[in-house]
Write a protein that binds this ligand. Sequence first.
Ligand code: HEM
Length: 512
Amino acid sequence: MTIADSFFVPLEDTEHFDKDDATCPQFLVSKSRGFLPRQDPLAELPADFATLDSLLKRMTVLQPQDRNGDRSMGLLGTGDFGSAVLKELQPEGREVQAVRAAIAKGDSRLISALFRDYCFATSAYLLEPVDVAYRKTGRYAPGRNRLPAQLAVPLKLLADELGHFPFMEYASSYALMNYRVKDDDYKGFAGRYSFENLELIRAFQDADGSEKGFILVHVEMVSFSGQLVSATEAAMLAASQDDMPAFESHMRRMLETYRKIQVSMESMWKRSKPQDYLKLRSFIFGTGPKDTNPMFPEGVVYEGVDTKPMHFRGESGANDQLVPLGDNFLEITKHHPDNDLTKILREFREYRPATHRSYTASLEIRASEIGIRSLAMKTSPLSKALYILLVDQIREFRARHWRFAQAYIIKATKFPLATGGSEMARYLPNNLKTVLRVLDESISEWSQLDFDSLQSLGADETLLAEMVERVIRATDYQRQELAQEVSLLQEERRNDPDSGMLDAKAVRQLVV
Ligand code: HEM
């Protein structure tokens, strides 16, 4: 990291940046839009990309309803996407020339939309056999290990231009570059980014069902990130200037914002059904980590780019910024143990736009230099309570998320790797355990005196004091519950080492 990176601070506003400079990257970090792109994603591609657009529209496993209300199978549903790509797109065809022209012109909105679309086509192409096998047998099979030049070359050109890996990512393709706002003036829980005012641009499985719910709940949550970044930066500034009343007031804003984010997150259960998740999940796996992803044991050769195979982690919410922001501001990151799982957590931070990477890294350094944790714990009972309640927000996020992982994935498949490539039954509890440890340490510094002084300040503060007491009671229970769940899962795994993959003979019998 450069010195400049370590002082990376977000912009006040990015919304109207493009009026001056269309080449300015889509992903900045600002106090207005947080981690959302500075412009809403481009949904319609220029005419040069009509064939690519048509393939992407025809590919979803379930096609949109026709006039009679019927839904047919798309190219991925019938297993014909790979052959359609080879037939309809040519190496060095019209699209590749148009990609080069778009890059030369530097229109960042178009370049970002093209990156999204080539990522969708690439993942659909490579993972089609994995999904066909899963739908037929409930087990996974290896994916395609060569990406044809008609996809590989333009994808690599776009990735190099944007500073990304040439593979689908959470922010720049799957989620944050993949929403369309229906009504600009919509007023709802999250303003114009309220779930019911959003549509998907691209989908693999079903643009109107649980896939829509899964992706757009992430977008709705991230739409609060402008408020979160704004409050975090104001708290940092106040802390660096020893302005404690302002520090407390901005920590309160952070707390309120995390609460809204949790409400949005909880809506996942009804918007994306647990029993549908594995139907859409096949397409967001990665081609790595190297040597350990049995779907791509030898990686993938990008034809026309490199003769050596490449490996990339898959799309994952692990590349989102909401939790790393809290981890870094609250100095939870430094409490993560020095082990292989924390190495993965660090690696996930590479799979995001350059400005998101720099912001996360900068926040970690700045919060540690200021000493946010010790400042909050020593200043007043109010700042201590707010620190504890903010750590508890990260706990609540990770605890709900662990319930998601169990209900949506672990109950339904023996395949141990998550889409980002971590061994999820170890990775997620490891992070939750770290937060519980930070919570324990912080709670141990909370006393009856703190409770009484906070109560004496008024009704709002009494509420905060009571919330801290609830956290204290719940933490113990959560620790025990997690330990039991993990040990049960470990025992199940020891007794049943099923990999969730088809064996080689069964794969040969499947015609994909
Ligand atoms: C049905 C819902 C969800 C499921 C099944 C799910 C599943 C997973 C899994 C299995 C991982 C492990 C990492 C990997 O991919 O290798 C992960 C990581 C992660 N996901 Fe999700 N996820 C869900 C929703 C969300 C949402 C809505 C967010 C919000 C942004 C999110 C944020 C994260 C974060 C921050 C991590 C890293 C974990 C950590 O730091 O402790 N996920 N997710």
